[in-house]
Write a protein that binds this ligand. Structure first.
Ligand SMILES: NC(=O)c1ccc[n+]([C@@H]2O[C@H](COP(=O)([O-])OP(=O)(O)OC[C@H]3O[C@@H](n4cnc5c(N)ncnc54)[C@H](OP(=O)(O)O)[C@@H]3O)[C@@H](O)[C@H]2O)c1
Length: 259
């Protein structure tokens, strides 16, 4: 990364629901960010338009990016994520992938890339969801095998993947705590304009315990992605998750941490 205070950022999926918000936030904060690239689908109807609303500065949405950068943030599609990987590897830049529903083949490419650059795969960039994953792991470990685990997630009708990447990540957290959870214990609801809701329920004899996260605004994901990106550009090459960011944030002052 450059010695300057601000980070040269490229957003892939810049015309999308989340990508647009990231461009707006980064574009409005010139102290920390220089939005140098805004990439959308090669046939996007928004090519040539400004990626954020500013009278005196604009980063135009393009089908690709060929310049320098410190960080690539991707909220797009599996094909868009591949474009993000290419840009990040070419520039030895950090890469945050928020796109969900990635095929295993692309996850493997990300893992291989992480030997050269810092890569954060974050199916949910909310610090609250990362905290919920920790709670779920603790609950699964303390409650033991006598409790049936069910995950219910709800999203807006335009979401492409089901169940959500966040639900799969929470299932993994439950498994790390020792819970047995199969695919038919994860339920996806689609409809309306629901930003994102996840409930993990542990049902036992005479009681049930629920951990619920409700996203009420997509800005949450954009703010979380920028915060995680600021952390990621300072990391060594490696494959990171949001829990690593939580650990770094929780490291006691004066002790060596990863932050
Ligand atoms: N990690 C998280 O916290 C989080 C939170 C919310 C959503 N997500 C995930 O993030 C992804 C995007 O969500 P969204 O709601 O913002 O979707 P969206 O509104 O459909 O936006 C998708 C964006 O990707 C662009 N795109 C499509 N194919 C591309 C390609 N080949 N190369 C470059 N850009 C391409 C689209 O361009 P055009 O439409 O202009 O053609 C658009 O800008 C989804 O996988 C979603 O599940 C993650």
């Amino acid at each position: 990364m450059s010695e300057r205070q601000y980070i040269n950022l490229v957003v892939t999926g810049a015309s999308g629901r989340v990508g647009r918000l990231i461009c707006e936030l980064a574009g409005a904060d010139e102290t920390h960010w220089d939005l140098v690239g805004a990439v959308a689908h090669p046939r996007s109807t928004r090519l040539g338009q400004s990626s954020f609303s500013s009278a005196d500065h604009a980063t135009v949405i393009t089908p690709h990016y060929g310049g320098k950068c410190d960080l690539v943030i991707d909220f797009s599609t599996p094909a868009g994520a591949e474009t993000a990987i290419q840009i990040a590897l070419r520039e030895s830049a950090a890469l945050l992938v928020g796109t969900t529903g990635l095929p295993e083949s692309i996850v493997q490419v990300l893992q291989a890339a992480s030997r050269r650059i810092p890569v954060l795969l974050a199916p949910n960039t909310s610090i609250g969801v990362a905290t919920c994953a920790r709670l779920v792991e603790i609950a699964a470990r303390s409650l033991g095998p006598g409790y049936r685990v069910e995950i219910v997630e709800a999203h807006h009708s335009r979401k492409k993947d089901a169940p959500s990447g966040t639900a799969l990540m929470l299932a993994e957290a439950a498994r790390r705590g020792g819970a047995a959870i199969e695919r038919d214990q994860i339920h996806a609801l689609r409809g309306g304009d629901v930003v994102g809701e996840h409930t993990i329920r542990f049902a036992g004899e005479g009681e049930y315990i629920e951990v619920t996260h409700r996203a009420t605004s997509r800005s949450l994901f954009a703010m979380g992605a920028l915060r995680a990106g600021q952390w990621l550009v300072r990391q060594a090459p490696g494959f990171y998750c949001m829990d690593d960011l939580l650990s770094a944030s929780a490291a006691p002052a004066g002790k060596p941490g990863t932050d």
